[in-house]
Design a protein around this ligand. Structure first.
Ligand code: ADP
Ligand code: MG
Length: 353
């Protein structure tokens, strides 16, 4: 069992140090067969992994213990600790076991076979709104759960929201808790975090981070799913930052020609500069867009992308240059509540249709 006291630097960075999951030093390949790559970031690669004894498939995230020449084991342990805090929720990927090799700690997680919802933002055919609202409801359930557990994700983006199945479209799983932090961890923000296109204005402005920061990202994700466009992506990082901090976002009829008014209303309420003015995850769940009925549309084919495309072509940023310095600090968790409507709306438990 590997338990480790955090050093003062890690504590200052708001990292969690207590884990229950055993980190085994047994050779991983004696029990599992690694069968291919599922994805990768700057300090991690995720591989498909089959348990030899059972044939069960897992996703194995290989996280480097040393990054930029320094020991980052505490960051990896933190990611495990966050997964443990948030575990036992169907919208959060489940951590099964962990292994340690010379260079990596390997997290064996539940396998999400349907890929990233990102693929549905850049596909030639966008999803029908009935499916998008279902995915957004599930995302909000996950985000609500994290916030109830006192955790903010801080890296919500279409690449970190996976699907259990591609066809038929499955349920979502939140992954990648490397930037997540416990609410109320005091401190200052030392570096701009996450990917520029998805970060909230308060992060760029070095202002306090709250649960509302995750809700901004939900707005960006909803925008991308309905339009196939990234709302703030500029031609370079500076332009993107400027777009975010000025909340320069296109709600033109052209971009939203095939998108319902309610969808626009939902997104507009989340993409607001002042975090306190954004609805919470629970508030969002009461928005009528998410409960709109689309009779008979579940079986409709997806919307051809061309029909929703903005004139002038796709608006996608170049790959982020520096997305992985996972040092971050939090401040007050108190995001003010905002209600859409007072009328009775379904509660969380009913959301999974
Ligand atoms: P990073 O911290 O490098 O961004 P992630 O945890 O986001 O690492 O994983 C990188 C990619 O690997 C994801 O965007 C996804 O495509 C894939 N991936 C991660 N976890 C899983 C999983 N549990 N099942 C299937 N694919 C996964
Ligand atoms: Mg990721």
């Amino acid at each position: 069992m590997s338990r480790r006291r955090l050093d003062s630097r890690s504590i200052a960075a708001g990292l969690l140090g207590d884990i229950q999951t055993q980190i085994s030093t047994d050779p991983l390949d004696s029990l599992y067969e690694i069968t291919g790559e599922l994805g990768r970031g700057k300090f991690a690669v995720v591989k498909r992994c089959v348990e030899k004894a059972t044939g069960k498939v897992f996703a194995a995230k290989f996280l480097k213990k040393r990054r930029r020449g320094r020991d980052c084991r505490a960051e990896v342990v933190h990611e495990m600790a966050v997964l443990e805090v948030a575990r036992n929720n169907p919208r959060v990927v489940n951590l099964h076991v962990a292994y340690e090799t010379d260079h990596d700690i390997v997290l064996l997680m539940e396998y999400a076979a349907g890929g990233e919802i990102f693929d549905h933002c850049v596909s030639d055919e966008l999803l029908p709104e009935s499916q998008i609202t279902r995915l957004i409801r599930q995302t909000l359930e996950g985000v609500h759960h994290l916030h109830q557990c006192g955790v903010v994700h801080l890296d919500l983006k279409p690449q970190n929201i996976l699907l259990t199945n591609l066809s038929p479209l499955g349920d979502i799983k939140l992954v990648d808790f490397g930037l997540a932090r416990r609410l109320g961890t005091a401190g200052e923000l030392r570096e701009i975090l996450g990917t520029p296109e998805y970060v909230a204005p308060e992060i760029l402005n070095y202002e306090p981070i709250t649960t509302a920061t995750d809700l901004w990202s939900v707005g960006v994700i909803a925008y991308m799913l309905v339009t196939g466009e990234s709302p703030f992506a500029g031609d370079n990082k500076q332009e993107t930052f400027l777009n975010v901090s000025q909340v320069n976002v296109d709600f033109s009829r052209e971009t939203f020609s095939l998108v319902s008014e309610l969808a626009v209303d939902f997104i507009r309420k989340l993409l607001v500069k002042v975090p306190e003015d954004r609805p919470s995850a629970a508030d969002c769940m009461t928005h009528p867009w998410l409960w709109q009925h689309y009779p008979g549309t579940e079986s409709l084919p997806p919307t051809p992308r061309t029909a929703r495309e903005r004139s002038g072509g796709g608006k996608w940023a170049a790959p982020p240059e520096d997305l992985e310095d996972k040092e971050n600090f939090l401040d007050s968790p108190h995001a003010k509540r905002f209600r859409f409507r007072e009328e009775d709306m379904p509660t969380f438990g009913d959301a999974d249709h």
